[in-house]
Design a protein around this ligand. Structure first.
Ligand SMILES: Cc1ncc(COP(=O)(O)O)c(C=O)c1O
Length: 382
């Protein structure tokens, strides 16, 4: 079922995949609209079972799951955290919020993922964490990243906002770092509007994560009957997702194979029709290495120049189709520059950011709509 939008083919459109509304109704009738109740627990169990992670906790957003990571790692002012420049603000901001200095790594020109060859050179005595982002749900080179980080005693936190149900060398994304953050924001394959999850692979972090997520209290232990009252036992904040949203989320999570199959169909259709056209014109398409099973989160083109990208966005817009750019490089943002970012220091991020356009990609995109997008792109004179 499609819900209303105000553009012919928007960049994203919300849709229902199963029993989301029925489950939301249930939360109200059984009086469970706060957090960590039946539907949150179902989400936790599903993520833990499918991914094989020791603990999954739904959160108010991926941003908040990343903030929890910074608190769990006890990031302090002066600590350094390495993030790719080509990412969303939250990857860096969550750690900057604790006073960390952000060290920007450039990305690989093929996958647009953190360039693992630069990693060792960016590590200093102050480095506490590296945050690889699996861009578009295509895995970073995790063997190498984990090897280098482990060698230097640096924590790996995966920003897996795009990559739920993607794999690297047969292993789920989100299971390589001691911690990983998921997003269920409206643009993601599986959504509840605004939401996220923290995946905890290092079991030693579970108890503190429960406290941090519950406003610094041992409320989770109280609910398990392990203490007879709960109290303020550490620092924390309010990162618990309402069960109203968890109900929506579970309605999608329980049919995740069908959603992933649909995304794969959409991605493959774009790729079959646009890759030959793009290749003839020196325009780039997503690169998915053979050892990566991607999550089919987005389809993008890398145009030959900024002007060409802007012209394509304008042409699509004139036909009622919304294509969007992605990521202004963080090292050139006002905050990034205050942290030492300079023009030219992450050349691949700068160049790709100017040239990349994301095409409409959402679960209810129909073949007819996709044909419209493909025709509009193919009629563009680069
Ligand atoms: C790589 C990355 N990390 C984090 C986020 C933040 O996710 P959320 O909106 O769930 O906080 C996003 C947003 O799309 C993202 O692209």
């Amino acid at each position: 079922m499609n819900l209303a939008t105000d553009s012919d083919i928007p960049f994203n459109r919300s849709s229902l995949r199963g029993r989301e509304l029925e489950y939301i109704f249930q939360t109200i009738t059984i009086g469970q609209i706060a957090g960590d109740q039946t539907f949150s627990k179902k989400c936790h169990a599903l993520l833990e079972q499918v991914l094989g992670v020791p603990r999954a906790m739904v959160t108010t957003s991926c941003t908040h799951a990343l903030e929890m990571c910074a608190l769990l790692l006890d990031i302090q002012p002066g600590d350094e955290v390495i993030v790719p420049s080509f990412t969303f603000v939250s990857t860096a901001n969550a750690f900057a919020l604790r006073g960390a200095k952000i060290i920007f790594a450039d990305v690989r020109p093929d996958t647009l993922n953190l360039d693992e060859e630069q990693l060792a050179g960016l590590i200093s005595a102050r480095t506490r964490a590296v945050v690889p982002v699996h861009y578009a749900g295509v895995g970073c080179e995790m063997d190498e990243i984990v090897r280098i980080a482990t060698q230097h005693g640096v924590a790996v936190v995966e920003d897996n906002a795009h990559g739920l149900f993607g794999k690297f060398r047969g292993r789920w994304l989100g299971t390589f770092g001691c911690l990983a953050a998921q997003s269920f924001h409206e643009t993601k394959n599986i959504t509840c509007g605004e939401g996220g999850a923290l995946l905890i692979n290092d079991e030693r972090l579970i108890e503190r994560a429960e406290i941090i997520r519950e406003k610094g209290t041992d409320r989770s232990r109280f609910f398990r009957g392990q203490v007879d009252k709960y109290s303020w036992v550490g620092i924390g904040s309010s990162y618990v997702m309402s069960d109203v949203l968890a109900a929506f989320l579970y309605g999608q999570l329980e049919v995740w194979p069908a959603i992933q199959t649909q995304r794969q169909r959409i991605w493959t259709y774009y790729d079959q029709h646009l890759r030959p056209w793009a290749q003839e014109r020196g325009i780039g398409c997503p690169v998915v290495p053979a050892h990566c099973e991607q999550s089919y989160h987005m389809y993008y083109l890398v145009m030959r120049s900024l002007e060409q990208r802007q012209a394509l966005i304008a042409q699509l817009k004139s036909r009622g189709i919304l294509g969007v750019f992605h990521y202004v490089p963080l090292h050139l943002s006002p905050v990034g520059q205050r942290m030492g970012g300079r023009s030219g220091s992450c050349p691949v991020s700068e160049e790709k950011s100017d040239r990349l356009i994301r095409l409409p990609c959402f679960n209810s995109l129909t073949p007819a709509e996709q044909d419209q997008v493909i025709t509009a792109v193919q009629q563009f004179q680069p």
